[in-house]
Design a protein around this ligand. Structure first.
Ligand code: MG
Length: 236
């Protein structure tokens, strides 16, 4: 049996190409509710990978927004219709999921409702359900290890037999604290500079720029560890 038994995927920015779309909706909501004008790119840099609580804190601390809950309510009202109209999978990811015959689950700092209304409207949902876990299903979202630990427990897999794939340092930290190896994923269309350094500093064991590199890393680990297991068995 292979030593790599479970792939734990972050959702936004890894499985689905949602970050710029969501950042555009959030920038619009901030402007609508507060009159503060920030670009979608700035919203992406400031808020991507944050839980709802962290998003509200950043709004207060960085932008002096005193009614962040009202902004998020406006954002929630506009986000799902935009997802239903425009959301797509990350380029190359459906082919990678089809090709890798390893169990898969999702650990996201989004709420389950958002996951159902984003990942859940795409064909690739079938690779994960029912093992789709959101931040509202644990005490603390990433960077706390609660989400990867929940995935391991529900799937019955030990941390050393899992691999975590995330585009945010919070996800990498959560994985490492849970004892899981981590791939730092960089979307081909990510406008942020220096992402590899950010993810490596957070503890990423590997860096994948796009779905093709991700596939190569996972296949390499899977085949290498499979042959390693066979060699050990042959020695007995
Ligand atoms: Mg992400």
């Amino acid at each position: 049996m292979s030593q790599l038994d479970l792939l734990i995927f972050d959702c936004d920015g890894v499985l689905i190409d949602s970050e710029l779309l969501a950042s555009r909706v959030l920038a619009d909501s901030i402007y609508r509710v507060t009159g503060i004008d920030i670009s979608p790119r700035e919203a992406l840099i400031a808020f991507t990978g944050s839980s709802a609580d962290d998003t509200q804190r950043i709004m207060r601390e960085r932008y002096g927004i005193n009614n962040p809950a009202a902004v998020l309510a406006d954002y929630d009202a506009h986000l799902f219709p935009q997802f239903h109209r425009h959301l797509t999978e990350m380029v190359g990811i459906p082919q990678v999921l089809d090709a890798l015959h390893i169990r898969k689950c999702v650990a996201s700092n989004s709420r389950l409702e958002r996951l159902v209304n984003s990942l859940g409207i795409l064909q690739i949902w079938r690779h994960f359900a029912p093992h789709v876990y959101g931040a509202d299903m644990v005490a603390c979202g990433k960077p706390a290890p609660d989400l990867p630990l929940l995935c391991l427990e529900r799937c019955g897999v030990d941390p050393e037999h899992a691999l975590f794939i995330d585009d945010s340092p919070h996800g990498i930290m959560a994985a490492k604290t849970a004892g899981v190896r981590a791939v730092g994923f960089i979307a081909p269309n990510d406008p942020r500079a220096g992402r590899a350094d950010v993810l490596l500093s957070a503890g990423a064991d590997y860096i994948a720029c796009g779905a093709g590199e991700l596939y190569d890393i996972i296949l390499d680990l899977h085949l290498h560890e499979e042959s390693f297991t066979f060699e050990k068995e042959a020695d007995r």
